[in-house]
Design a protein around this ligand. Structure first.
Ligand code: FAD
Length: 379
């Protein structure tokens, strides 16, 4: 097995995007995944991608192959409370405030581009980083083991151990139930975010349907999974109110939600990216968007370096990303904690906040641009 300069552990969307961003640069790259090739193509999630992410995927040559649904309006409200706000694409001279894609379609487009670029992928191999020998990766397959000594190891394996002392964990006590829902009338490319005492519920336009992300306490989420479609549809409609009439839902899956943040996502000849660096609540649809901004910044630093594992190169990357990373994590975490409760004083404050956003265009534009481009978009 030929040792690459850079080993990327995890061929999920983040690992694949980094491999493509490094392609054509000075360093050789290999992707390693514990699952079979292309397993991410079966990811059932639906993702809202910011305009900035679209630009990154265009540069990686995968945007044109993706079935996408543009979001032209975003409507934000709270259950049992006043105040609502609306964002419109016409205020920003853009084709879409964001775009909705199926995570499986995105994985397929990235995987096809990896094949076209002849980037090596080692699948069915579980990788471990050697804590003593910097840059060393141990590979375990059912029939063999192997060792790679690389200049840099990128950990994009999608998870973090909660008992790792380098990780900050906040358990929101929520699970996300996801499914597709059919609207009674055309959705008009409007995305809805509604805050309920159980947690946020989002409807994202996806083709002619809505993709649903419905959060609640784990026991409640379990109960929704056990309901038949008609009974669950009634629960969803009740949470959403009658602004949107829904007439059908698909089978449901659920995901536990926690905030997990690795305080310093670089070490000796090692970088953590994507969910392995920070796992966010999906309330503001920021997880993959933030990760792809990290990917682009890291690739720029690595492509300009002679030694991609050099400590100064990794420190420069950390500095580049500090503000956006901290503010995106903080924004998402604050939103969940402020909006996922039923305390009457907070309900009033939330209503005032939504009203203020609606009545004050500069404030609204500030939030909208922040969500489209990350912290660098701040004036
Ligand atoms: C319900 C829900 C909705 C979401 N909605 C949005 C949204 O609207 N917008 C948005 O931007 N983000 C959203 N996200 C977040 C987004 O899904 C994640 O940011 C993204 O999936 C992270 O990708 P990743 O490549 O880091 O990890 P993964 O997709 O988990 O990929 C990790 C890969 O690493 C492999 N692996 C693991 N361990 C090893 C090992 N030891 N050795 C080798 N390989 C290994 C796995 O097999 C896997 O292929 C949402 C998340 C959830 C839960």
């Amino acid at each position: 097995m030929k040792t690459p300069d850079i080993a990327i552990i995890g061929a999920g969307p983040v690992g694949m995007a980094l491999a493509l961003a490094l392609h054509g640069g000075p360093h050789t790259v290999t992707l390693i995944d514990a699952r079979g090739r292309g397993a991410s193509r079966k990811d059932p999630r639906v993702l809202a991608l910011a305009h900035g992410t679209r630009l990154t995927l265009e540069r990686l040559g995968v945007w044109g192959h993706l079935p996408t649904t543009p979001i032209r309006h975003i409507h934000i409200s709270q259950q049992d409370g006043f105040g609502r706000t609306q964002l419109n694409e016409s205020d920003y001279a853009l084709d879409g405030l964001g775009h909705v894609v199926r995570a499986g379609d995105l994985a397929a487009a990235l995987d096809d581009a990896i094949t076209a670029a002849s980037i090596p992928v080692i699948d069915h191999s579980e990788a471990d980083v050697d804590p003593e020998l910097h840059g060393r990766v141990q590979l375990r397959r059912t029939d063999a083991t192997d060792t790679l000594d690389c200049q840099l190891v990128v950990c994009a394996e999608g998870g973090m151990r909660a008992d790792d002392p380098a990780i900050r964990v906040r358990d929101y006590g929520q699970h996300a139930v996801i499914c597709m829902a059919t609207p009674a009338v055309a959705h008009g490319n409007t995305a809805y975010e509604r805050f309920t005492p159980n947690g946020p519920v989002a409807l994202l336009p996806c083709g002619t349907d809505f993709a649903v992300v419905h959060t609640a306490a784990p026991e409640q989420a379990e109960a929704w999974l056990a309901l038949d479609d008609t009974a669950y549809l009634a629960e969803l409609q009740q949470a959403f109110g009658h602004r949107v009439k829904l007439i059908g839902v698909s089978p449901r899956e659920r995901f536990p939600l926690q905030l997990r943040v690795r305080h310093t996502p670089v070490a000796n000849r090692q970088v953590w990216l994507g969910n392995a660096a920070q796992t966010l609540h999906p309330v503001a649809g920021q997880g993959l968007n933030l990760a792809l901004r990290d990917v682009w910044a890291l690739a720029r630093r690595l492509n300009a370096a002679t030694d991609p594992g050099d400590a100064q190169v990794l420190s420069a990357y950390l500095r580049d990303r500090r503000l956006d990373r901290a503010s995106t994590v903080g924004f998402t975490d604050t939103l969940v904690r402020l909006f996922s409760n039923d305390l009457p004083p907070l309900r009033g404050l939330r209503g005032l906040g939504l009203l203020a956003l609606d009545l004050a265009p500069p404030l609204r534009h500030f939030v909208a641009k922040r969500m489209m481009f990350g912290a660098r978009a701040w004036p």
